[in-house]
Design a protein around this ligand. Sequence first.
Ligand code: GRF
Length: 190
Amino acid sequence: MKHIAIFASGTGSNARKIIEHFKGHSSIKIHLVVSNKPKAPVLEMAASHGISTLVIERTTFYKTKNILHELSLFQIDFIVLAGFLWLVPTYLVAAFPKKIVNIHPALLPKYGGKGMYGMHVHRAVWAAKEPTSGITIHYVNEQYDEGDVIYQAECPLSGAECPESIAQRVLKLEHEHFSRTIEEILSKKE
Ligand code: GRF
């Protein structure tokens, strides 16, 4: 059985899709949802699915390795970042080599890096009059959005887009592809 921890900071629509996708799965279990926001809706959503939750605090997360103990208590093998806005500390990347994935709402390497999240991304894509946008699912390393790319999906943008319509198209791609891609990665691992 593979145990996944989802890290999320906000709404958690991706987290919800992932939880629903793996409900009753024979070999993959969502065992924990971690957030840096005590009031993040994702925590309530996880609890409503009977999934344990954990709120992390910045100093502890960056100055100690307590999170490694918490993750081992839940036998976590794999970490999924689904709208987690903090940089993953080096010790955590090192403890989970090629076992942390992130989804970014653009076609990396463009429109990535510090500060490029949520509507900031879609506004930049819109301002650049890009003909397409999309998603990138990638392994996480010590830099924002720079790990090896695992999967990308693209959507065409019409001339009449606005940042909000781009966000909608991209979120739809996230919901369509993230869970399946996680399942494919884990079914390839031992
Ligand atoms: C998504 O746009 C994702 O690409 C980014 O954060 C957002 C999460 O949205 N990493 P939600 O909280 O899953 O609805």
